[in-house]
Design a protein around this ligand. Sequence first.
Ligand code: NAD
Length: 233
Amino acid sequence: KKNVSGEIVLITGAGSGIGRLLAIKFASLGATVVLWDINQEGLNCTVRLARENGAGRVHSYICDCSKTQDVYRVADQVKKEVGDVSILINNAGIVIGKRFLDSPDSLLEKTIQVNTMAHFWTYKAFLPAMVAANHGHLVCIASCAGFLGISHISDYCASKFAALGFAESIDMEMRALRKTGIKTTIVCPYVINTGMFDGVKANFLPVKAAVLLLDYFGGMEIMSTFKGRPKKE
Ligand code: NAD
């Protein structure tokens, strides 16, 4: 198992699903976890579970990742109150799920704010300290929708393609700067039974268990280096 006891791990969208499981996992490994969400109730529940399961410190903040000012304000607060984040997990995500022809103009913008722009803002906020220390880990929870088009969720696919492109490009820049202490992991799960896609009419195959994703993180070295875009079948 990776030793993360000295790390400060920020998980966005930690009030539910994958973010909650990651919070519990990192807390149980002894990391200091910083949890962001817009859902206070969900966040409270994750904090309780992370404290019950973990030896590390747990901090939570209401942060609307779709709003640039909110992200930068809360990022500053975290730096002052907790310290420099060394593992940044961009996990918050939304899917609205409409056939393209039925979707209002606002749909893509709304989805991209959370699924893409929040990554951009958090990289801006936290990457400089990682570069200065030559130590850090960027984790982009993308999706198989980050490299495959899927009907009825074109907005989601576009946002995830962009998030994946960001992370991959930043990873290349870190290599070019010889910042070998900064790793990037791009996780592209298929459908996981968190409820996120319950109302979506896209054609998915049967659900997979969320624990599969946790296994990836338990063995973080397995996915610690992004080795190229997964190939289409
Ligand atoms: P989820 O809906 O259970 O959790 C998402 C969390 O993000 C929620 O707690 C929600 O409140 C939070 N969130 C939404 N908008 C936010 C905002 N503006 N600011 C802050 N927090 C916000 O979903 P999940 O299945 O756990 O998904 C987590 C990530 O995994 C997402 O990025 C999703 O796209 C990705 N993913 C999920 C699946 C899947 O099948 N569930 C598959 C591939 C990728």
